[in-house]
Structure formats: structure tokens, C-alpha cells
Write a protein that binds this ligand. Structure first.
Ligand code: UGA
Ligand code: MN
Length: 244
């Protein structure tokens, strides 16, 4: 069964390096369909070129953040328009399998993909380098879910990171109203709540009862060039196939 990887991305100097790293991970995974969704009005040509070189099954879509959120001061709901576009694609094109929201800048162990394939409803696993605690994870006792460990609970029913859960496609299709809210910090919680009826006790525990870290919330340091940046200089011109 296919594994759908929904990746929000946006135009910046780090975009191609992040997507290169991620593409190389996914090129080692069987039966994966990569949904790369740009927060942009027009798809970035360098991204299309990169995707074409990978040999991966992919769709390159765009879903700009609505202006009313973009203009807002403070924390913005990053990647929400993109992920909702991904959900729309799944509803229109997929009938079974599993999907996973994979931000373009995280780091993924290949075993993650073996684990999330098992998802019947909603599965979860720990995420490293996440929040001030350095780890976000379901707490498991005697093989049973008993709560959440996360540096920022904030009244959330599901205080987890975007990289911590996977969802079965059939399960999503039975929930036509499931959507991610434009609410900074509460995207994961809002989406998981929208999967009701679904309760934390139903979470499928992956990664050896959540004892292995298979995804890390890595963040790339911003490079601030002092001279005006010609984006073209960032992109190689002699493109070759990456696939074997
Ligand atoms: C954390 C969470 O892990 C994200 O899933 C969540 O969307 C985000 O916070 C949030 O609530 O704002 P963080 O590393 O802080 O992630 O955020 P980014 O990696 O900067 O952005 C998350 C994703 O959205 C990335 O894949 C990024 O490429 C994309 N993004 C970011 C956009 O599409 N547009 C933007 O303007 C910014
Ligand atoms: Mn990130």
C-alpha cells in the first residue's frame, strides 16, 4: 500500500538544500508518493527540476497562505494551507494506504517509514529535538498509552509535534470534515481533534512502544547574505538524474 508524504515548503535560500536532503531519504523508501506543496502562488522551477531528477513518484502543488494570515503580526500558521491542500489531494486521489506530514527541514530515519506503514487509524511515535524538553512523545506504561510528554502542553488534547503521527487514508476518508486549523501552535491538536471520533487511548504506539526516536525536529540556521541574493546562483545548471 502506498505511503503518502505531505511536505509543506516555501521559497527561501534553504529550500533546495532542505528538499535535496529529504529527497535522498525518500529515494531509499519503497512505494512512496511525495506530495510537495509550496506556500507560493507559482511553483518554484528549481523545485520542479529537483523533483524530476529524483525518479520519485510525486505531485508538485501550490497552496499560498491566505493574505489575512500572512499580514498578521506574530506567529503565523506555517504550512497549514499546504497541508490542507495535501488532504484535498488525498481525498481526490487516494483510496488506501497511510499519510504522514513531513516538514521539509526535519530529519527522518528510514525505519520511520516501515513503522508508519502499519497505521490502521492514527499512530504516534517520539520526536527528538522537540520543544524545551528535547523530546516530545506519548508516555507508555506496561505497553499502554498513559499521557503525553511535551515541553508545551497549553491545554492541548493532543500535545504532539507534526512529525509524531501518521494517519490511515481510509480512516481519513471516513471523516470528510477533518482539516487543519489556521491557528499557530495548535495545528496538530486541531487536526487530530478534527478526526473525531478519535481519543488518545486509541493511539497506535509505534517505534517499539515509543522507545525509539525515528524523527528529529531539526532546524536549519538561516543564512543572511549581506549582498542581494540572486537565487539563480543557488541552483545548479547542469542537472543530472539522481536516481540509479
Ligand atoms: C513547528 C511544527 O513542527 C510545524 O509542523 C508547524 O507548522 C510550525 O511549528 C508552526 O506551528 O508554525 P517549525 O520548525 O517551527 O515547526 O516551523 P517551520 O519548519 O519553519 O515550518 C513548518 C513547515 O511549514 C515547513 O515544512 C516549512 O517549509 C513550511 N512553511 C513555513 C511554509 O510553507 N510557509 C512558511 O511561511 C513557513
Ligand atoms: Mn521546522
Amino acid at each position: 500500500l502506498p505511503l503518502y508524504i505531505i511536505t509543506p515548503t516555501y521559497r527561501r535560500p534553504e529550500q533546495i538544500p532542505e528538499l535535496t536532503r529529504m529527497a535522498h531519504t525518500l529515494m531509499l523508501v519503497e512505494n512512496v508518493h511525495w506530495l510537495v506543496i509550496e506556500d507560493a502562488k507559482i511553483a518554484t522551477e528549481a523545485v520542479t527540476k529537483l523533483l524530476n531528477r529524483t525518479g520519485l513518484r510525486f505531485d508538485h502543488l501550490t497552496a499560498p497562505m491566505p493574505d489575512k494570515y500572512k499580514q498578521k503580526k506574530g506567529a503565523k500558521p506555517r504550512g497549514v494551507s499546504n497541508r490542507n491542500r495535501g488532504l484535498k489531494w488525498i481525498r481526490a486521489n487516494a483510496t488506501d494506504g497511510v499519510f504522514y506530514f513531513a516538514d521539509d527541514d526535519n530529519t527522518y530515519d528510514l525505519d520511520l517509514f516501515n513503522e508508519i506503514r502499519k497505521t490502521n487509524k492514527v499512530s504516534m511515535l517520539p520526536v527528538g529535538l522537540c520543544t524545551k524538553f528535547g523530546l516530545s512523545s506519548p508516555i507508555v506504561k506496561d505497553g499502554k498509552f498513559i499521557g503525553f510528554y511535551d515541553g508545551w502542553i497549553a491545554g492541548r488534547k493532543f500535545p504532539v509535534d507534526m512529525a509524531s503521527f501518521a494517519v490511515n487514508v481510509k480512516f481519513l476518508l471516513q471523516r470528510p470534515n477533518a482539516t487543519m486549523p489556521y491557528r499557530a501552535g495548535f495545528e496538530e491538536d486541531g487536526f487530530l481533534r478534527s478526526l473525531a471520533p478519535f481519543e488518545p487511548r486509541e493511539i497506535e504506539l509505534l517505534a517499539n512502544n515509543c522507545t525509539r526516536v525515528l524523527a528529529w525536529h531539526t532546524q536549519t540556521k538561516k543564512n543572511e547574505p549581506s549582498a542581494p541574493l540572486d537565487m539563480k546562483l543557488y541552483y545548479s545548471t547542469n542537472l543530472v538524474d539522481l536516481k540509479k
